[in-house]
Design a protein around this ligand. Structure first.
Ligand code: PHE
Length: 460
């Protein structure tokens, strides 16, 4: 009396291979989080100790959530919301767990709202690089270029809109075929280019200082909020906790080993982030810039390097173009849970769902656009301790990345650890014997305790 396969698990909708899934998941994971966000939050949080905590969070928290979330997606085989609805029934679990699906749709929209604005910056920077605006520029010039961009809400809105239009267009057309190809060709190229940048940074004279900054932990520089940021970023960079991997996992064929696949994804994603740091910090120190310069960090350091290195025009253009592609493949995966949910709920077409979802997200994104200029002194929930001194952008980022994503992750590991039926779980995850038992201990106790401790410390 086995139930029919859930919608996405029917033969014609599955990913064509393990590689195809990995590519899509890596496409989602590798994005602005690795190249734009990781370096600047590392700079803001003092370097080495932050990186160490981040790495611990990736492997003790992010990876288990990644495995658990993909598993839920495959078992449910629908949108995150419908998957949770079905699974609470078939696994005989409380309906309360459905919050995982809702949290996904809500948080993914919030993340995309600011992600698209930064994606817009990447878009303009392709043009700036191609037109040679960085050639021979000094730190002051590239800094001024960036400040001018941020100070103009209309220009930011234009690029934000352009970015959203691209994302909606791709999602509306159905994601998989084009996505696989783009990721397969372009991600390795981005990787190679990052290595070129690291090699270039090695010649800057400040490489040793950068390595020291990133890898010698000085715990006196790490605050409890810094630990929360590291946790949030571990979730953010792996795209876990908000339904993205549930949506992608729903297309994953049964025979694919989730544990092994997830480890590859986490390792690749981490390598990209560390490479980005190693490419950027030497330039920061060599040019007397500030490591804690904030969200503009890569947009002032990299142009400097491209402006000075030979072939910088081509490298620079290619780099920002690839960053843009990486951002798009991530953004697509954020819109996916929202669109799948709209499609199922309203029974409308994919195109309409993509447009409706995209429009709502775009609207919220205007708050982020304004945070860098007209609203730069407005702190909406400033009266609450947690959100003190945070602009709309910082607030949305903090709420979605550092609160909703880890809490979503917590609910996901608890659900798989405690509520899902144990039979068949080892095969489904792809672990055997002692390894499976150890993993279950991590899932049931270690990961939840890790997340809980970080939150408790921040609340008291
Ligand atoms: N992981 C992506 C990045 O690092 C961001 C992302 C978050 C994508 C959440 C999907 C869901 O850029």
């Amino acid at each position: 009396m086995s139930e029919p396969a859930p919608p996405h698990q029917q033969a014609n909708s599955l990913w064509t291979s393990r590689m195809a899934f990995i590519l899509a998941a890596v496409g989602s994971a590798v994005g602005l989080g690795n190249i734009w966000k990781f370096p600047y939050i590392t700079g803001e949080n003092g370097g080495g100790a932050f990186v160490l905590v981040y790495l611990a969070c990736i492997f003790l928290i992010g990876l288990p959530v990644l495995i658990a979330e993909t598993l839920i997606g495959r078992r449910g085989g629908q949108s995150p919301v419908a998957t949770m609805r079905t699974l609470t029934r078939t696994e005989g679990a409380s309906k309360g767990w459905r919050i995982i699906g809702w949290n996904g749709v809500f948080a993914a929209s919030l993340v995309l709202s600011f992600y698209a604005v930064i994606g817009g910056w990447a878009l303009v920077y392709v043009g700036k690089a191609a037109f040679g605006l960085f050639v021979g520029a000094d730190a002051e010039t590239v800094g001024a270029q960036f400040d001018t961009l941020l100070s103009n809400p209309w220009e930011l809105l234009l690029w934000h809109t352009a970015f959203m239009v691209i994302v909606v267009f791709i999602v509306a057309r159905g994601i998989r075929a084009g996505l696989e190809k783009a990721v397969k060709m372009l991600m390795p190229l981005l990787f190679v280019l990052l290595i070129v940048m690291v090699l270039y940074a090695m010649t800057s004279g400040s490489f040793g200082r950068a390595v020291d900054f990133m890898f010698s932990p000085d715990f006196s520089r790490l605050t409890t909020e810094g630990v929360l940021v590291a946790l949030g970023h571990a979730a953010f960079t792996l795209s876990v906790g908000i339904g993205t991997l549930m949506a992608y996992g729903s297309y994953l064929p049964k025979h694919i080993n989730i544990a092994r696949t997830s480890v590859s994804i986490a390792v690749m994603d981490t390598c990209v982030a560390l490479l980005a740091g190693l490419a950027i910090f030497p330039l920061v120190f060599a040019n007397g810039l500030e490591a804690d310069a904030g969200p503009g960090l890569i947009f002032v350091t990299l142009p400097l390097a491209f402006g000075q290195m030979s072939g910088g025009l081509i490298f620079g253009t290619l780099f920002f173009a690839l960053l843009l592609v990486a951002a798009i493949t991530s953004a697509i995966s954020m819109l996916e849970p929202v669109v799948e949910w709209l499609e199922e709920r309203k029974g409308t077409t994919r195109v309409k769902s993509a447009m409706t979802g995209g429009f709502a997200v775009w609207l919220v994104g205007i708050g982020t656009v304004l945070s860098f200029n007209l609203w730069s002194n407005i702190y909406p929930l400033g009266f609450i301790g947690f959100f003190e001194g945070k602009t709309v952008f910082e607030l949305i980022d903090f709420l979605a990345s550092n609160i909703l994503m880890p809490l979503g992750g917590l609910a996901i590991v608890l659900f798989v650890g405690w509520a899902v039926r144990r039979e068949g779980l080892a095969e489904d995850i792809g672990l055997q014997g002692g390894l499976f038992r150890a993993f279950m201990v991590v899932l049931k106790f270690v990961t939840p305790a890790g997340i809980a401790v970080v939150f408790l410390y921040n609340l008291i």
